[in-house]
Design a protein around this ligand. Structure first.
Ligand SMILES: O=C(O)CCC(=O)C(=O)O
Length: 253
């Protein structure tokens, strides 16, 4: 069983397709963000329940989300993986209320994204505690070496209509990424990942933020719900200008 290293390690990232989790916020800062998260969806954390909230692209409108997505320690980690020029291009909250039956099927993110080349590093932020019973993120170390076929799923509890073909997934190799509030784990567009239902009484509050480099072009016309994709140059320079039509700016208070 792989032991989580609790630090950023480029060596681990290269070998396993992920690194961390490691701390970027204190538990108190994470609790504060959780409380604004629940306010945003019109709930109290102590009574967390189902919601129909739209969970993408909050960083386009909410400064606290933009600031989380551009956390300097995360950008430092991204620079070590992707180099000095960094584009942050998407953010999505992954919320599972207590008792939620929704699962995220095993998948590789790159299979869903019209971008060329398909190149991305994700930071998955735990704002609350995540553990096996509340449906923590699960990853398969070393699964990131190639893109594989996805297929249609017939699973009413799956949050996605498609997932990796079953024959490719060896669940015995999966690692539960149990995290404390304020930690982040980093993985790439090919790393197998997914998560199970929340059978606990603790809500799972997390979000992922996506980063790439200026040589990637987004094929915006092929995205459903394209409004959620904007490119923010968060470090370095963009001499390619491939996505000038979808450049975003930090939201103002
Ligand atoms: O939060 C989860 O369980 C899945 C997250 C995910 O699929 C992603 O960040 O790409």
């Amino acid at each position: 069983m792989l032991t989580l290293e609790r630090t950023f390690s480029l060596e681990q990232y290269t070998r396993d397709g992920f690194t961390g989790p490691f701390r970027i916020l204190s538990e108190e800062q994470a609790a504060q963000l959780r409380s604004v998260f629940f306010k945003e969806i019109g709930q109290e954390e102590a009574q967390a329940g189902p919601t129909k909230a739209y969970f993408s692209a909050w960083h386009h409108k909410l400064p606290w989300c933009y600031d989380l997505a551009t956390n300097p320690a995360v950008l430092d980690a991204m620079e070590r993986i992707l180099g000095p020029d960094l584009i942050m291009w998407a953010m999505h909250f992954w919320y599972k209320e207590p008792g939620s039956t929704k699962r995220i099927p095993w998948h590789q993110d790159g299979a869903y994204w019209p971008m060329t080349p398909v190149k991305n590093v994700s930071a998955w932020f735990a704002l609350g505690p995540t553990f096996r019973a509340n449906g923590c993120l699960r990853l398969i170390p070393g699964s990131h070496t190639k893109m594989l076929e996805h297929e249609k799923l017939n699973d009413a509890n799956s949050a996605f209509g498609q997932g990796l073909k079953k024959e490719f997934v060896d669940e015995s190799k999966a690692v539960d990424i149990e995290m404390r509030p304020g930690e982040v784990v980093i993985f790439n567009e090919a790393t197998f990942h997914g998560s199970e239902a929340n059978t606990s009484t603790t809500p799972r509050v997390a979000c992922s933020v996506r980063y790439t480099t200026p040589e990637v072009k987004f094929l915006v016309e092929q995205w459903g719900d394209a409004g959620r994709i904007k490119t923010f140059l968060v470090r370095g320079k963009d001499e390619r200008h491939l996505n000038d039509a979808i450049v975003g700016e930090r939201p103002q208070v």
